[in-house]
Design a protein around this ligand. Structure first.
Ligand code: TYD
Length: 139
């Protein structure tokens, strides 16, 4: 059973250059899963929350490619807030962890790398249900 101890802020490679910086990652190398899907969140109006849910199976890496936002991770017992505001950091969130993204800056761009294809059955969108599943050891 994953806990928020398994959530990791990864410092990705950063090649500094007077012409501008470059960061990268490769499948299965800097991140502990194979990428099956990529999506991105942008044009978030001030004050909006996104992604209040947990996944049964899907693992993700979230990068603030531009701007800044907060990610609250919660395993039913403890919670921790991360602020992403540098594009060479990625937050790895394993399966089974509740997360909420908020506090998006103007022009924030959140890149999300996912270990599964989109599957509505993988979502747990009700926090009380999430707590019940955690207490029962089912997620
Ligand atoms: P959702 O994951 O519910 O985002 P949030 O929790 O931030 O609201 O996705 C919002 C909508 O986008 C939902 O209708 C499903 C759709 N969607 C896809 O079609 N494919 C995807 O890969 C994702 C992540 C979402």
């Amino acid at each position: 059973m994953m806990t928020i101890q398994d959530v990791k802020l990864l410092d990705l490679p950063k090649i500094c250059d007077s012409r501008g910086n470059l960061s990268f990652l490769e499948n299965n190398a800097q991140i502990p899963f194979e990428i099956k899907r990529v999506y991105w969140i942008y044009d978030v109006p001030g004050g909006e929350d996104r992604e209040a849910h947990a996944f049964r199976e899907n693992q993700e890496l979230i990068i603030a490619l531009s701007g800044a936002f907060d990610i609250l991770v919660d395993d039913g017992l403890s919670r921790k807030k991360y602020t992403l505001n540098r594009s060479h950091y990625g937050l790895y969130i394993p399966q089974g962890i509740w997360r909420v993204m908020d506090n998006f800056s103007t022009n924030a761009l959140a890149l999300e790398l996912a270990s599964t294809k989109y599957n509505t059955a993988d979502y747990i969108i009700d926090y009380e249900e999430y707590r019940r599943l955690r207490e029962a050891g089912e997620i």
